[in-house]
Design a protein around this ligand. Structure first.
Ligand SMILES: [Zn+2]
Length: 358
């Protein structure tokens, strides 16, 4: 374990009061021991969010891996560097994948085969990823184009979204044909640790999170990040779904179930302390966005596409546009459910919403 880096700087506290015990992230191919028997490493991503965090948990005679990375040559190279560096001399015991987004699950099949390790994952994530690899063309299906058109998106953007915007979803390797199912409420023995499995919705269906309450360690995957508000999106396959409502419900459950003092080891960004504070910020962030949409719908009915600049005033590339548009709809669907927006008569094909009176 000589290759491990110790924190280079003392803990930092940001303006919002979150504490970062390890303010300098590990370079690619290196790892930082963030708690006894827990290593933090990073893999590259080809996006503006340019990295994902991986964690290695001491599992007796080797390391259990939390999340896999995206299926890109650069991420594979970074894996090779980790194997030759901080992971040298100890085997990998099992791979735990938190959710089906390609930056987390992309290399799962490759790793499971390469190191002959079992994949532990929620059933929803496994089946989601499997159905996409069996039928990659389904993302260009009519249901997607109709969904965007119905919400008022112009044809050119619709074509972009149905093609370019989905490119990243293909950065996955075929999953192993068997898996070990993780279910909320399970307990996992990892080395000397007794870890509870939690799950939360909103960012991804039944995203798996790990909690070691004795050691006050919590791995929320992408459910809670220090600086970024995790994407919460409506899926065109479940067009009336309420992911924002589910997300807010999950945040309340986590606030009640995980200590404020816990060290939070998220899927992106820096590990931090201050979970409740961060949850309160995220709840306030979504409340402010709902308030802005309410204001924008007060004077007249709007198609959802007209509301995009209210939440996302800057120019968006196709990759960002997909996330942004589906996140806008998450707010609209949530507000329709709680009754602050209501449906207005459609204009042509496009649905419209208006602020509810009273
Ligand atoms: Zn994610």
């Amino acid at each position: 374990m000589t290759a491990l880096l110790k924190p280079l700087r003392a803990a930092v506290r940001d303006a919002g009061g979150l504490i970062y015990p390890h303010p300098a992230p590990p370079a690619l191919g290196e790892a930082i021991e963030v708690a006894p028997g827990i290593l933090w490493a990073r893999l590259p991503l080809p996006f503006r969010l340019d990295h994902i965090n991986l964690y290695f948990l001491d599992d007796g005679d080797g390391w259990a891996v939390l999340d896999a990375g995206i299926a890109s040559p650069a991420a594979r190279d970074a894996w090779d560097a980790l194997r030759a560096g901080p992971l040298r001399g100890r085997r990998l015991t099992r791979l735990i994948v938190t959710h089906a987004h390609p930056d987390h699950i992309g290399l799962a099949g490759w790793l499971a085969e390469r190191f002959d390790i079992p994949l532990l994952i929620g059933q929803t994530a496994y089946l989601d990823c499997l159905s996409l690899s069996l039928d990659p063309g389904r993302l260009e299906a009519k249901v997607y184009r109709d969904f965007y058109r119905r919400n008022g998106l112009d044809d050119a953007t619709n074509v972009q979204l149905s093609t370019l915007g989905h490119g990243y979803l293909r950065l996955i390797t075929p999953l192993p044909v068997t898996f070990e199912r993780l279910v909320a409420g399970d307990r996992l023995k990892l080395g000397g640790r007794d870890v509870s499995v939690l799950s939360g919705d909103g960012h991804a269906p039944e995203q798996i999170m790990l909690h070691d309450s004795a050691a006050r360690l919590f791995f929320p995957a992408d459910q809670i990040l220090a600086k970024i508000s995790p994407n919460v999106s409506v899926s065109p396959v479940d067009p009336n779904g309420d992911p924002l409502g589910l997300y807010l419900r999950s945040l309340s459950a986590l606030r009640a179930g995980v200590a404020e003092e816990a060290l939070i080891l998220p899927g992106h960004g820096l590990p931090f302390i201050g979970l409740h504070r961060r949850i309160d910020e995220l709840i306030a962030h979504h409340a402010a966005r709902c308030a802005a949409l309410f204001e924008a719908c007060r004077d007249r009915p709007r198609a959802p596409a007209e509301l995009l600049p209210v939440l996302f005033p800057h120019e968006l590339d196709p990759h960002q546009m997909g996330f942004a548009f589906n996140e806008l709809l998450a707010h609209v669907n949530f507000m329709l459910r709680v009754g602050t927006l209501q449906k207005a008569p459609p204009r042509g094909e496009a649905t419209r919403v208006v602020a509810a009176a009273g």
